[in-house]
Design a protein around this ligand. Structure first.
Ligand code: PAF
Length: 286
């Protein structure tokens, strides 16, 4: 387990990766905002399987935070993150400062209006624009052959995939399955904000998603009925505030009335001040 080199400047990173490319080696990128947990470790592990050199970026991207308090409160745990990177075979960590990555106020953005209209996008104005913009910048700086993204952030993944298609980027996007605790709770940097009582309630979202998935598998096609059942189960937990529970087309992320093929079942809840998201994919029967 050797410590990865930490590179803070774009030019130095380009130099290092230029040598990698000259050696005809392939590059995988795992973009992160740090606070790495076992879900990120899985992204890094999968990245290792797909390329000769693994680059992890650690950058808390100010553009994707709608509230300054959230940006300031975001955990910064570089030393621990470097240990996770070392343990998971990362070769290079790109950890620029905000002034290195945004030397001047950005005036150009990636917009994905259709894909960011629903689900989390309806509640987090500007978030996906900031996320897609920073990911495109990271893609341009690193120029990876492969980039890994978690399926837990399904809307993020859909937007990145479509950006790659629409902008003809020569990058293969590898989706990585959600890592869960034994009781089903999807791993997230936000889980550490849960009190013991909230932690005990939190797996309800995964259970309700599994229940909705099972109803669809059993032949229920009426999305309003599935949604109503799910919302009722979530609201039965006094401490849960439901932000959304939706069944959407997996490519366009537009709400479905009937399940006739593949569908994405996705939800977001609040437990006091912690927001949790999760989703399950229904592949369709045909
Ligand atoms: O998923 C995240 O951690 C962030 O949205 C990403 C992809 C690193 C962009 O800042």
């Amino acid at each position: 387990m050797s410590a990865p080199e930490v590179v803070r400047e774009i030019e130095l990173l380009r130099e290092r990766l230029g040598s990698v490319r000259n050696r005809q080696q392939s590059i995988a990128l795992v973009p992160t905002m740090g606070a790495l947990h076992a879900g990120h470790a899985e992204l890094l592990r999968i990245a290792r399987e797909h390329a000769d050199v693994v680059v992890a970026s650690i950058f808390v991207n100010p553009l994707q935070f709608d509230r300054k308090e959230d940006l300031d409160a975001y955990p910064r745990t570089l030393d621990e993150d470097l240990r996770v990177c070392a343990a998971n075979g990362v070769d290079l960590v790109f950890a620029p400062t905000a002034s290195e990555f945004y030397p001047s106020e950005p005036l150009t953005f990636v917009e994905s209006p259709v894909l960011s209209r629903n689900l989390c996008g309806a509640f987090r104005p500007g978030h996906f624009r900031g996320m897609a913009t920073v990911v495109l910048k990271l893609f341009n700086v690193v120029q990876p052959h492969v980039a890994c993204f978690g399926e837990k952030d399904a809307q993020q993944l859909a937007i990145i995939r479509r950006m790659v298609t629409d902008f003809n980027l020569a990058i293969r996007i590898v989706p990585v399955a959600t890592v869960r605790e034994a009781d089903g709770l999807a791993l997230s940097s936000r889980n550490k904000h849960l009190s013991a009582e909230e932690r005990a309630v939190a797996p309800v979202l995964a259970r309700v998603l599994a229940d909705a998935h099972a109803r669809i598998a059993a032949g229920e096609t009426d999305c309003a009925a599935v949604r109503a059942g799910a919302t009722e189960l979530l609201q039965a937990e006094e401490s849960v505030r439901v932000e959304y529970f939706e069944i959407v087309d997996p490519d366009r992320l537009t709400p479905l009335e009937q399940v006739t093929g593949a569908a994405l079942i996705a939800g977001a809840i609040w437990l006091r001040r912690t927001r949790l998201i999760d989703n399950l994919f229904w592949p369709g029967t045909g």
